[in-house]
Design a protein around this ligand. Sequence first.
Ligand SMILES: NC(=O)c1ccc[n+]([C@@H]2O[C@H](COP(=O)([O-])OP(=O)(O)OC[C@H]3O[C@@H](n4cnc5c(N)ncnc54)[C@H](O)[C@@H]3O)[C@@H](O)[C@H]2O)c1
Length: 318
Amino acid sequence: MLGAGTMGHALALVFALGGHRVRLTDSSAATLARAPALMRAALETLIEGGEAPDGFDAARLDAAISTHASLPDTVRGAAIVVEAIVERPDAKQALYAELDAMLPEATIIASNTSYLDVFPLIPERRQAQALIAHWYTPPYLVDLVDIVPGPNTDPMVVATLRDLVAAMGKQPVVFGKFISGYVANRLQSALSLEVNRLIDEGIATPEQIDLSVIHGLALRLPVLGHLMKADFTGLPMARNALANRTYTPPAARETSPTLEGLLAEGRTGAMSGRGYYDWGGKSPEDLFRARDRKLIAIRRAMREAGSMLEFTAARAGR
Ligand SMILES: NC(=O)c1ccc[n+]([C@@H]2O[C@H](COP(=O)([O-])OP(=O)(O)OC[C@H]3O[C@@H](n4cnc5c(N)ncnc54)[C@H](O)[C@@H]3O)[C@@H](O)[C@H]2O)c1
């Protein structure tokens, strides 16, 4: 596991929970040193919520994951190298070049990139063994994994990752080719664009927006997704909404004055105790634990409820 930041340490935990041995590194010694405590805290919450495999405890976690300062020590003997480093093409390209010199031909490289087309950054002779496997945070609770082959990826490598992820209890969605942001991140980007407009133009406050999302959008999403919801409201309504141009999307923008203002004040989010909201002096550990407990409760309810996909003809096996 390359990168031990927000995603890397959590992905190391996911793979360990899935029965794999993980070697973890980060170019920042401080980030790498922080990872074991974060993984242990997340594991505690999962155990408390009944979301860890039976008998999986801190000792098993320690046995499954080791941290390494050097890249060669980390990747030695690895069947799969998961790249979860900073989202910068130059950094990823430099890392892939380093890996090229040290990995056997059969090693799979799986990038967790959110938006980058990493395939042109990967040395040509590695491309058959390279793909994107993109997770969502926190990956030990969110099930979706986008699996994306490059133009030269061996279909066997795609099948290997899909099966590996499914065996960990996750929901792989395999795409035919790269598109920046896949589906879920593109939808989130569209949502962010609208939210930035509403906030920057003083139309709605963060609380009004989140109340609208939580009490307006959230309940139906796990049951109906988006297109099943359209079927239930009726497609004439979808056509009328398009034809009437009742909605004009905001123009693409590179910055948001509100966001820049918050960042200038050091309000970087839950990690610093303040972002759009003031988190009342709670530590990140406490905030993440509280978030994870609530997500676990929703996960359980989602599992029990299932979705209306069960009733669609293809799923019902008709
Ligand atoms: N944060 C999210 O919600 C999220 C979700 C899905 C995917 N991703 C993707 O995962 C990747 C990592 O994102 P993150 O949010 O964990 O970022 P992050 O900044 O928290 O962590 C990135 C880590 O990479 C380390 N790093 C940089 N260059 C390195 C190198 N050459 N070798 C080893 N370590 C190196 C940094 O020190 C840092 O700790 C990005 O590609 C991002 O797009 C992020």
